[in-house]
Ligand binder design. Structure first.
Ligand code: AMP
Ligand code: ZN
Length: 324
């Protein structure tokens, strides 16, 4: 399989770099994979066991019964495909949910990666498009929110995923967020002193409203590098293109900072996140939701976030058209 270069890591760097006499930490066979943050080396089979155990342990900690049906948000990237694969292997009934954002050279290959994964495994999935669900594609949204596009896209996806998960008849939505994402987000929220978000950071968020599903992040205990190795070992081929709108996003800087610490002190990233999560129970986020006057979805104000974004884009389009 061709080397995957994704998120700054290349398979060639993380795999097959050990001398021939290196021993697997579990079975004492030939080790091919080094995981400095665990002070461990594994052969491919024992790496697979290690990865499965990490996710199974996460789900056990979150007390998720094995017969719960899970809707998995799949972008076609390595994280969400690995999430879907491992949940399926662990015996959970799953269905994929893919949202086509309408981005040139990104959305097509992303969709194909989902299909390439799901079809041979016989896994069901539903596809929706931002254009149809929201009325605008992401490039159109971008003309209105230039610099803030990543946070707007995140908000759009969150709200549409809520709505679509409920429409599909599921009450838990799974995403592929990994240890690097969660540690980077925690650092960003601490640096910005956003206590409300710090408090809400947990790999399982219970449903705060009948129309909002619970959220689950089964990969929060595994790193990007480990996910890439898992994908290669399992023959999973994620979409390689990354979204060009996300270049220079501030979330990347916090991850880079943690990577620097990790290089000098392996294990820092996981101990930073896990020491924060230690003993923390899922936060209760029941709120005083009202109902959106336009679409009937739960809302904090008189109209929901989606309808408010839609209005802002429409207004800016109207202003442009009215301009001489
Ligand atoms: P991101 O916010 O792009 O880092 O993605 C985080 C997680 O959201 C991914 O691991 C997926 O589970 C989910 N996700 C992102 N984009 C999509 C999409 N277009 N369709 C379905 N799920 C997505
Ligand atoms: Zn609304």
């Amino acid at each position: 399989m061709a080397a995957i270069d994704n998120g700054g890591y290349s398979m060639a760097k993380s795999y097959n770099i050990l001398p021939a006499n290196a021993k697997c930490s579990r079975c004492r066979g030939r080790a091919e994979i080094a995981l400095p943050s665990h002070h461990a080396r594994f052969c491919p089979d024992c790496f697979d066991t290690f990865f499965q155990n990490a996710v199974a342990r996460a789900l056990k900690k979150l007390k998720l019964p094995q017969d719960r049906e899970l809707m998995v948000a799949v972008s076609g990237g390595k994280d969400s495909l690995a999430t879907w694969d491992i949940l399926h292997r662990l015996g959970y009934p799953t269905k994929g949910l893919h949202l086509n954002l309408g981005i040139d050279q990104f959305s097509g290959p992303s969709r194909e990666a989902v299909e390439r994964f799901a079809q041979p495994r016989g896994l069901p999935w539903s596809e929706y498009s931002l254009q149809e669900e929201f009325g605008f594609s992401l490039p159109e949204v971008q003309t209105r929110f230039r610099r803030k596009i990543c946070s707007v896209c995140g908000r759009l996806k969150r709200q549409l995923f809520n709505k679509l998960t409920v429409k599909e008849g599921f009450d838990i939505l799974v995403t592929g967020h990994n240890l690097d994402d969660e540690a980077g987000r925690l650092l960003g929220n601490l640096v910005g002193n956003r206590q409300e978000f710090v408090h809400k950071q947990h790999p399982f968020l219970p449903s705060p409203h009948p129309l909002i599903p619970a959220k689950l992040k089964p990969l929060y205990r595994v790193e990007i590098k480990e996910i890439l190795i898992y994908c290669e070992l399992r023959g999973i081929e994620p979409a390689e293109a990354s979204c060009h709108f996300s270049k220079g996003a501030t979330s990347h800087s916090f991850k880079d900072a943690l990577d620097l610490l990790e290089q000098r002190m392996p294990g820092t990233k996981r101990s930073f996140l896990f020491s924060y999560l230690e003993g923390k129970t899922p936060p209760h986020s029941e709120g005083d939701f009202g109902t959106c006057a336009h679409c009937g979805q739960p809302a904090w104000y008189d109209i929901c976030g989606l309808c408010s974004l839609k209005r802002q884009i429409q207004d800016s389009r109207d202003r442009k058209e009215a301009a001489p």
